[in-house]
Design a protein around this ligand. Structure first.
Ligand SMILES: [Ca+2]
Ligand SMILES: [Ca+2]
Length: 366
């Protein structure tokens, strides 16, 4: 694969795990752009623009012998133990250089806070036999924990490792720790490693919007059912996705509720505002609509006034704070399911639902 196609693959992968735009710069920790208070499409909430990536293709490094030593690449210091920068035709690589590791390790001498993803290419050197390469983590550079083994083959293969908090916790580590990374390989076989991307979160407490406009959803009847909207599940009961000319909507679709509700199948903590547009469907008379929240999907608390639908889409906004939640035994730090309910058989439309909250780890799926 040529560099250009790698770049395209890389962009696609970034689009899957991050917000798609402006996230393609390969650079060091200090030079990537940063953005806050952004609106994310729902389902693309993972990291948004608060993620950055350290990248090296080892093109700026020289190390010709296996003896232990350090290199600087993309501005950061690495330790190479029984490893070098390979430039031979038998070194698998992109462009001119890759790391070649034998019976030792390649380790960052810099730590990464809020580590989320490690991507790299790896494959056997020359005609060596493949084997298992270990990806290790440490928070003190002396105790190393095996996070995952990857199997090295003849193919120069793309590896994607996502660091789960629960797995880190089982190693007495956490994403909040400043973590060092290590590639370790044992025996006489050699492995080439290239195009290393380390993705981490800069501001885990950034303000985020989950915005749902129902444009991607399909549900043609009001029976109970689960609708996936941009990667997140919603329950529609007595509700459908309406695209009729009588549906009051932005763009081509809106939720239409008739004596029922739409409810998140995910929960969000640290919500500070929820808003949506509400209207009566077609020429239907006004219906009463309100918002409920729950920690467990069993006990629901009504936290809004009764809204009366009107003929035109009207913005309804609820500010979340402890004064609102405390009377229900809830607090702003609780992760909450959200339900919008319409009472009676008159139909209403709901569109452009916007949930503002704090923290990339506040949205919890099941
Ligand atoms: Ca390279
Ligand atoms: Ca819409």
């Amino acid at each position: 694969m040529k560099k250009n196609s790698f770049y395209i693959v890389s962009l696609i992968i970034f689009a899957l795990f991050c917000t798609a735009t402006s996230f393609n710069s390969y650079a060091t920790f200090d030079t990537l752009s940063e953005q806050k208070n952004i609106t994310l499409d729902s389902g693309k909430w993972d990291y948004g623009m608060s993620a950055k990536t350290y990248y090296t293709g080892f093109e700026d490094a020289v190390k010709t012998a296996y003896a232990a030593g350090n290199i600087t690449t993309s501005g950061m210091l690495w330790h190479f133990n029984d490893a070098l920068i390979g430039t031979l035709s038998t070194d698998q690589k992109y462009e001119n250089r890759s790391a070649r590791l034998r019976d030792g390790h390649i380790t960052t001498l810099f730590s990464i806070e809020n580590l989320r993803i490690l991507n790299f290419y790896a494959g056997r050197f020359g005609s060596d036999t493949g084997g298992e390469m270990g990806i290790y983590l440490s928070d003190n550079q002396s105790n190393w924990y095996l996070y995952q083994n990857v199997t090295i083959t003849t193919e120069f293969k793309y590896y994607h490792i996502y660091f789960e908090e629960t797995i880190l916790n089982s190693m007495s580590l956490s994403r909040a720790d400043k973590l060092y990374l290590r590639f370790e390989y044992n025996g006489s076989n050699r492995v080439n490693i290239d195009e290393v991307n380390i993705t981490y979160v800069v501001d885990p407490n950034m303000e985020l919007n989950l915005f749902e406009n129902f444009e991607t959803g399909v549900k043609g009847n009001t029976n109970y059912g689960i609708v996936n909207l941009n990667g997140l599940n919603w329950i529609f009961d007595g509700a459908l996705i309406g695209a009729h000319q009588n549906d009051k909507k932005y763009n081509s679709k809106a939720a239409r509720i008739s004596n029922g509700y739409i409810s998140t199948e995910f929960k969000i903590a640290k919500i500070y505002e929820l808003s949506f547009y509400l209207a009566s469907y077609g020429n239907d008379q006004s219906s009463t609509v309100y918002v409920e929240v729950s920690k467990n999907k069993t006990n629901w608390s009504k936290i809004s006034p009764d809204y009366s639908s009107t003929s035109a889409l009207t913005l309804r906004t609820i500010v979340f704070n402890n004064a609102l939640l405390a009377p229900h035994g809830l607090s702003t730090t609780d992760a909450l399911y959200i339900r919008i309910r319409s009472v009676g058989n008159r139909r209403v439309n709901v569109d452009n639902l916007d949930i503002k909250y704090v923290g990339i780890d506040s949205l919890i799926t099941e």
